[in-house]
Design a protein around this ligand. Structure first.
Ligand code: HEM
Ligand SMILES: *[C@@H]1O[C@H](CO)[C@@H](O)[C@H](O)[C@H]1NC(C)=O
Ligand SMILES: *[C@@H]1O[C@H](CO)[C@@H](O)[C@H](O)[C@H]1NC(C)=O
Length: 359
């Protein structure tokens, strides 16, 4: 009797401990990434330690407020950083007016729909940061940090971000944008090849980065081809029925969550969706068909920690694609326009004026 009570007690203790471990398995910190991902020249883990020591705190504090009202903005910010990095490198070019996927670009293909609010959030953060620290922090670094916090504050891993990116001078044209962002109709093998060539990313990176679709939404034109005229045979029947309800026609301007299990939580459920044949895009679902990626999908579906670790490694690679550093580019005073061009003599006057007002 006595021994069974005490063994029950031990069992209970183990259960409590286990549930603590399980419930804190979200928001794990992924460290040691610098061992697997070399740092690009000119970037550093402590870039603003002296010039803007509260930078990361300011961003975190603002985003906590914003996500409390509307957690969907996290997805918008994560995708913004992805589009920035894949097109011309992480140089804030996606933020410039005139950029193909910019908020004011009426001719962007429907599947490029970036949220106008995401651009505003970045520019508002920039205003606060520049007010506190002067014009020392780039729009591209703010975008990278906002994406990191979007992941973390949605339940994903926390990780350090190399900083010191400079902002580019040219916006991204439609041609360059389309050439560098794979369409959702791509096969997994096409994406693996394209990302290996253009971005030097491996299949594990591709599967891990696609896990970004564990949060956020997509509009009918991005997956309508899987429903009409013929239903994609790899898609789960009930899922297809549900999607047809949302999108009575291929190009209906409606949207649905990308991860039907936990739409707003950054976790590994996206990979379980794929195993259930409830992935939204061809580019998602095909990861569970293609031989080079299928086992990776399974490994992430059964091990969230592994997903988080590989996601952080892939994000750290992505976040350093073709960055501008040192004296390249500029620190934009307004993320949506490049700084006014200076001419020779006037330059020093303007420069001094700026320094006077900013520091
Ligand atoms: C691998 C190739 C990828 C393709 C083909 C792709 C395609 C798409 C498409 C078509 C949408 C929906 C657009 C719409 O209909 O509104 C979308 C949304 C999204 N993507 Fe991707 N994507 C890819 C990679 C990534 C990566 C690497 C990330 C981040 C790590 C990412 C994060 C997101 C997020 C968070 C959303 C939701 C945005 C929102 O709710 O506003 N995607 N993606
Ligand atoms: C968007 O969709 C169009 C056709 O619907 C396609 O030609 C284009 O490549 C897609 N682009 C992206 C980035 O998804
Ligand atoms: C940034 O520039 C845009 C012009 O593209 C302007 O509409 C906006 O008001 C500017 N924002 C700030 C904070 O100056």
């Amino acid at each position: 009797m006595g021994s069974s009570t005490s063994s029950n007690l031990v069992l209970m203790m183990i259960m409590i401990l286990l549930s603590c471990v399980l419930s804190s398995s979200n928001n794990v910190e992924v460290e040691g990434v610098e061992k697997s991902v070399p740092l690009k020249d000119g970037l550093s883990w402590q870039f603003y330690a002296k010039s803007c020591p509260n930078l990361e705190f300011i961003i975190r504090e603002q985003l906590i407020k914003i996500f409390k009202d509307d957690i969907a903005q996290a997805a918008g910010l994560l995708r913004l950083h992805f589009h920035d990095c894949f097109v011309q490198g992480c140089d804030g070019s996606v933020l410039l007016d005139g950029s193909a996927s910019g908020p004011s670009e009426k001719n962007a293909p429907p599947n490029l729909t970036l949220r106008a609010k995401a651009f505003k959030i970045i520019n508002d953060l920039r205003a606060i940061i520049h007010q506190k620290c002067g014009r020392v922090v780039s729009c591209s670094d703010i975008t990278a940090l906002a994406a990191r916090d979007a992941v973390f504050l949605s339940g994903g891993p926390i990780y350090a971000v190399p900083l010191g990116r400079r902002d580019g001078l040219e916006f991204a044209t439609l041609e360059v944008t389309l050439a560098n962002l794979p369409p959702p109709t791509s096969s997994a093998s096409a994406i693996v090849d394209q990302l290996a060539t253009n971005q030097k990313l491996d299949p594990t990176d591709v599967v891990a980065l696609s896990g970004g679709h564990t949060i956020g939404i997509a509009h009918c034109p991005s997956f309508g081809d899987r429903l009409y005229p013929n239903q994609d045979s790899t898609m789960d029947q009930n899922f297809a029925k549900k999607l047809k309800g949302v999108c009575p026609k291929k190009d209906t301007d409606a949207f649905t969550f990308q991860d039907i299990l936990t739409p707003n939580i950054f976790d590994n459920k996206y990979y379980i969706d794929l195993m259930n044949r409830q992935g939204l895009f061809t580019s998602d679902q095909d990861l569970f068909t293609f031989s080079k990626t299928k086992e990776i999908v399974k490994s992430f579906a059964i091990n969230q920690w592994l997903f988080f670790e590989k996601f952080v490694i892939a994000m750290t690679k992505m976040g350093q694609l073709n960055v501008l550093t040192g004296n390249q580019g500029e620190i934009r005073a307004n993320c949506s326009v490049r700084n006014p061009q200076k001419t020779a003599f006037l330059a020093s006057v303007v420069e001094n004026g700026e320094i006077m007002t900013n520091f």
